[in-house]
Design a protein around this ligand. Structure first.
Ligand code: DAH
Length: 356
């Protein structure tokens, strides 16, 4: 091989070795093999070579061309491999890193209270019952021994739903969860043990009243149920719910049309500090009583065989007391800052105290 061809090979190899990326590699390729490349020009000049030398020169040029082509391809492959290695190194993931904290949604305090009530009463054998928000006035009032023109209907600031009046029964937004007592007694054979968490409505709006709020109702029907069962059940519930094992609980004689006798239930607290438990003051917390025989009869239950007790309380109220939430209105404002402050981690198990 002539000197010029050996030189071309070594120069090309050196230039390829010096190329560090596809751009410089391509510049070498074009400089040698391109239209005006050094090797291309030598091939073009073959025609001018004397005929007796042309064969050897041609054969030599072909060898050179093969060698250079192979060198260019080899360099390209090496550069591609290096680029892939660099990319893999740059995009490498450390799978041992702990994940970044994910912001979870939080459980609304109302939902949390309902879950806790379901857990506490569930452990006492109560199932959950539900009914519609739009009721007829018979289930909301009449069947519960609240006759038409009774003051309780006005006291409750009822929302009537005129468009839905049907079959002679006026439709109302239920003013309490008590109509679900009626639905349950009509639908099920006793013995019955249910709680009814749900929405209720009254035309009332100020700092401590919302036109939509929540109640939980309780109903137990069985043979031989007494006031003692009612008291035991509610004392246990209140002490477990508020997490105060010696919470003072007082039963105060009262009146509800659907129970006889009726009792309001107070818990002990300190009026000055707002602390629950001791302190010597009393705070009304719920209504209760033995189911009125007329209500049992209205629902097709024989009051000589079956007795029952019932109770009802406001969910917002007990939630505010339990967690020290001062204002009712933010419950329904979906303000993320309020929810972050008062919401509950959905992955934390509902807290149950000893005694359940
Ligand atoms: N329904 C009553 C109210 O909304 C609460 C209530 C009182 C429910 C006594 C009861 C009960 O089941 O026995 O004010």
């Amino acid at each position: 091989m002539t000197d010029d061809l050996s030189a071309l090979i070594s120069e090309t190899e050196a230039a390829l070795a010096a190329s560090t990326d596809l751009r410089t590699w391509d510049a070498v390729r074009v400089a040698v093999m391109g239209k005006n490349g050094s090797l291309t020009n030598k091939l073009k000049e073959l025609g001018k070579v004397a005929p007796e030398e042309r064969r050897t020169r041609g054969a030599a040029l072909n060898v050179v061309k093969d060698a250079i082509t192979a060198a260019i391809e080899a360099r390209r492959a090496a550069l591609d491999a290096a680029a892939l290695d660099a990319r893999l190194a740059a995009e490498r993931m450390d799978v041992t890193l702990p994940p970044r904290p994910v912001v979870n949604g939080l459980i609304h305090p109302i939902s949390r209270t309902m879950e806790e009530m379901a857990a506490i009463f569930g452990a006492m054998g109560f199932a959950i019952a539900e009914g519609p928000d739009v009721e007829d006035d018979w289930r909301n009032f009449g069947a519960l021994n609240i006759p038409a023109h009774h003051s309780a209907r006005e006291d409750m600031d009822t929302f009537y739903v005129p468009a839905l009046e049907a079959g002679g029964r006026r439709r109302v937004m239920r003013t309490h969860t008590s109509p679900v007592q009626v639905r349950t007694m009509i639908a099920q054979e006793p013995p019955i043990r249910v709680i009814v968490p749900g929405r209720t409505y009254r035309a009332d709006h100020d700092a401590t009243h919302s036109p939509m709020f929540h109640q939980v109702e309780g109903l137990a029907i069985d043979r031989g149920l007494t006031l003692g069962h009612l008291k035991g059940c509610l004392i246990d519930f209140l002490r477990i719910f508020f997490g105060i094992s010696n919470l003072p609980v007082r039963f105060r004689s009262s009146y509800f049309p659907f129970t006889e006798p009726s009792m309001e239930v107070d818990i002990g607290w300190n009026r000055k500090t707002g602390e629950l438990g001791g302190g010597g003051d009393w705070l009304e917390i719920l209504g209760s009583g033995m189911v009125h025989p007329k209500v049992l009869a209205n629902c097709g239950i024989d009051a000589r065989e079956w007795q029952g007790f019932a109770f009802g309380m406001g969910i917002e109220r007990v939630t505010m007391l339990k967690h020290g939430i001062p204002d009712l209105r933010p419950f329904y404002e979906s303000d993320i800052r309020w929810l972050r402050h008062y919401g509950f981690n959905p992955l934390a198990a509902a807290m149950l105290h000893e005694g359940v």
